[in-house]
Design a protein around this ligand. Structure first.
Ligand code: ADP
Ligand code: ZN
Ligand code: ZN
Length: 734
């Protein structure tokens, strides 16, 4: 009897045994099957075949159907996911299911489904476009059709309506087709860009490209450390060109596509090959289509965020990670993986190079360079000479502040706006004010479900909790003393905007934060508005700092520097430095000199002195020294165990027992450091109390072994106590 071991998308990190009926073919490892599970049917993934089972044969159920005739995963991806399940102590079934498109999880076929699209008929191909001048919409649609087929589902997003195409159909000019659009193989078409159109590379770029190229068929991790505007993207493009010519595909990971549409444009402009972008605007069908096309080799380049890492490829030649330091590569919920680390693992299994680019590399990455695991390539010069950026502190001790802005900065703004330049202000707090308080009795509006104040959102007349997203109506009276004197305390971007609107009544302002860009397409609209010069004052949270190139910005103001200097999070300094360098890179472009102002009560702070006086590398060096002395990552490794309860009792008791289990294990040595249980930074969220336990060890391997050993005990303990818990390996948030 053949036993098939199957992973199911449930939280238990184990597989389940099923029998295979005699008349069924052997399923491939990595193929989906349909099985009975409890009272329902489930879809699972075959992980291995075996001759025996620990369960008695009569109890085993039969597989009902085999859904794929081959594995959904390449060898290297399979190994990566298996390793990830172990390393992050997360259920193999959930990991495997996470890595495939939703439609496949639901059992849809892993095959191209015919997609409806409009094409130009033969008559349409030959018609003179002027003949349609009485119907401008049809003329425009026809023009577009002549450039290539248009997917039925994309008609609206391209600014057309189905009616227009139907009208063209009545005239015999267009036709709705169902066959797959035949794309000719890009491999036969790709050629090197002609010499005369090429940028003259500088010597550092040449060196970087040469070194990557010389080892482009083997696993090497490259850190491309280059200041903003030093031509890192140009290096990616050249490296990719060499690989595409050899018929190999590329995966490019970026932090957030909506924020950096330019990078996609640059790949599209450079290469006449199929490029697919995995962004949040895609529907599930489109996602499956990208997955299939990458797997068949039909698409040459896939650009996407974190989860694009799981895209299968026919012949992957390279992985590029842009802005490798960006926090968005770490998943913070559920399976808490670090895409950057997984990408390195995958590149190793694929035996291909991986290029990680940043102007402000993560300290972890720099440590790996120090250890000789990663190779560093440096671009120290701006590719295009720009004016120097003047950086200055404004000591705001004792100065009056208007919605967080001091007079000297306001004056500067006036000057820059008068010179017809753009001004950019950063404040990492959205909403109108972080606190609403009763002036008579001191009552503060608080979320009932979280240990957190409500943020006042004036425009929408709401109080909103930034932790659980609950909201309540804005009150006009204090619920405790009935006073109507409720006052906002502190400043958020919304307030900054409304104050600036009254201070600069004729200046158009654009605010970019999660509140203003919630609706699909709005961010893109705002960004192009800024590029066209429509907005003169830009206000934003750190969202605005990521990867923009606004050529008219000459003044940048950072309003709340002190918040970053005095944080309880040991990573705050690193994050602030990265933000600062990114932002400083935005001020002052080719022709215009830029200024950047930091409002602080502590201009003498050593971090600021190093960062502004000597730059990011010097900061990073000092920060690494400090981490080493303090025994913090990357010199030690962290695992956080989190648990939640409804009564604030069970969770700490559970974690205390967990602590005892670790401390009494024979693998425990004096290097293990356990902190907690302590309430989490936000100790209440969504009505549940949060506690955590931190494990720290200088050896990643020993820490992993210890957790592996103790895991079964934790599982049964949690089951007994009916407690929710989770484990975060290499956490980046505490
Ligand atoms: P980064 O990705 O490091 O921020 P980019 O690759 O975007 O830098 O380069 C910044 C600008 O400089 C772009 O407009 C790019 O076209 C241009 N550029 C890059 N390399 C060169 C070069 N060698 N000579 C001239 N311009 C260059
Ligand atoms: Zn009151
Ligand atoms: Zn809340």
């Amino acid at each position: 009897m053949l036993i098939v071991k199957i992973a199911l998308p449930i939280p238990l990190n184990r597989t389940f045994d099923y029998c295979l009926a005699m008349n069924m073919p052997h399923p491939a490892i990595g193929a989906r099957v349909k099985v009975p599970f409890g009272h329902r049917k489930a879809i699972g993934i075959v992980t291995s075949l075996s001759q025996s089972s620990a369960v008695s044969l009569e109890k085993l159920k039969n597989i009902e159907a085999i859904l794929d005739d081959q594995s959904l995963f390449s060898d290297s991806l399979w190994q990566t996911l298996y390793w990830a399940s172990q390393y992050y102590h997360y259920s193999i079934g959930e990991v495997l299911f996470h890595a495939i498109p939703l439609l496949l999880r639901e059992g849809k076929q892993a095959k191209f489904e015919p997609v409806l699209h409009w094409v130009a008929t033969e008559k349409g191909q030959t018609i003179s476009i002027d003949a349609l001048h009485k119907a401008p919409k049809q003329q425009k649609a026809m023009n577009q059709l002549l450039q290539g087929p248009i997917y039925h589902h994309e008609v609206n997003s391209l600014g057309f309506t189905q009616n227009t195409f139907q009208a063209l159909q009545k005239k015999g000019l267009s036709l709705l087709c169902a066959q797959e659009i035949q794309s000719s193989d890009w491999r036969s078409k790709i050629k090197k860009m002609k010499g005369e159109n090429r940028l003259q590379l500088n010597s550092e770029q040449i060196e970087a490209i040469k070194r990557i190229h010389h080892q482009n068929k083997q696993f090497v991790v490259w850190l491309l450390a280059g200041v903003t505007g030093s031509g890192k993207t140009e290096v990616y493009l050249r490296v990719l060109e060499n690989l595409l010519i050899e018929g190999r595909q590329a995966l490019v990971l970026v932090p957030e596509i909506g924020l950096t549409p330019q990078i996609v444009d640059r790949f599209r402009e450079r290469f006449d090959v199929p490029i697919d972008v995995l962004h949040s605007g895609l529907n599930h069908k489109q996602r499956l289509s990208v997955w299939l096309k990458a797997r068949s080799g039909e698409v040459a380049i896939v650009i996407g965020t974190r989860s694009a890492l799981f895209t299968p490829f026919a012949q992957l030649g390279i992985i590029v990670i842009d802005e490798e330091h960006d926090g968005s590569y770490k998943q913070q919920e559920g399976w808490c993986y670090q895409a950057r680390d997984l990408a390195v693992f995958r590149a190793k299994k694929e035996n291909i190079p991986i290029v990680m680019g940043s102007a402000t590399p993560a300290l972890e990455t720099l440590r790996n360079v120090e250890l000789g695991k990663y190779q560093k390539l440096v671009l120290s010069q701006k590719a295009v000479q720009t004016q120097l950026v003047k950086q200055k502190f404004i000591d705001i001790k004792g100065l009056p502040l208007t919605s967080g802005l001091c007079q000297p900065l306001l004056k500067k703004m006036q000057q820059h706006l008068q010179a017809n330049n753009q001004v950019m202000l950063f404040l990492n707090r959205r909403g109108y004010a972080p606190v609403l308080l009763c002036h008579e009795c001191g009552w503060i509006a608080e979320c009932l479900h979280c240990d957190h104040y409500y943020t006042l959102h004036q425009n929408s007349q709401k109080l909103r909790c930034h932790h659980c997203n609950r909201q309540s109506q804005l009150l006009s009276q204090c619920p405790r003393c009935d006073s109507t004197h409720l006052m906002p305390v502190g400043v958020g971007t919304e307030q900054l905007e409304s104050t600036l609107l009254s201070l600069f009544p004729n200046v158009p302002i654009t605010r970019i934060d999660r509140d203003t860009t919630r609706k699909k397409g709005v961010l893109e609209k705002y960004l192009s508005h800024i590029h066209e010069g429509g907005a003169r004052i830009l206000i934003g949270t750190q969202m605005l700092s990521k990867g923009h190139h606004f050529s008219d910005v000459t003044l940048v103001g950072l309003l709340d520097v002190d918040g970053a200097l005095f944080s309880s999070d040991f990573r705050a300094a690193e994050r602030f430095s990265q933000l600062y360098i990114q932002v400083a890179g935005r001020a002052g472009r080719a022709k215009k000199a830029g200024e950047i102002f930091l409002q602080t009560h502590h201009p003498e702070h050593p971090l600021l002195q190093t960062l502004l006086g000597k730059g990011y590398d010097a900061f990073a060096k000092e920060a690494l020294e400090e981490r080493k002395k303090a025994l913090l990552p990357p010199y030690t490794y962290h695992i956080i165990i989190r648990s939640q309860d409804n009564d604030n009792e069970q969770a700490p008791i559970f974690l205390q027992r967990v602590r005892d289990i670790f401390e009494s294990d024979s693998l425990k040595d004096t290097d293990l450091w356990v902190m907690g249980p302590v309430p989490a930074l936000f100790s209440k969220r969504n009505g549940r109390f949060q506690w955590q336990l931190l494990l720290q060890h200088p050896s990643r391997k020993q820490l992993q072994q210890l957790v592996n050993r103790c895991n079964p005990l934790l599982l049964s303990l949690a089951l007994n106590q009916k407690i929710r818990w989770s484990l975060d390996v290499d956490p980046t948030e505490s």
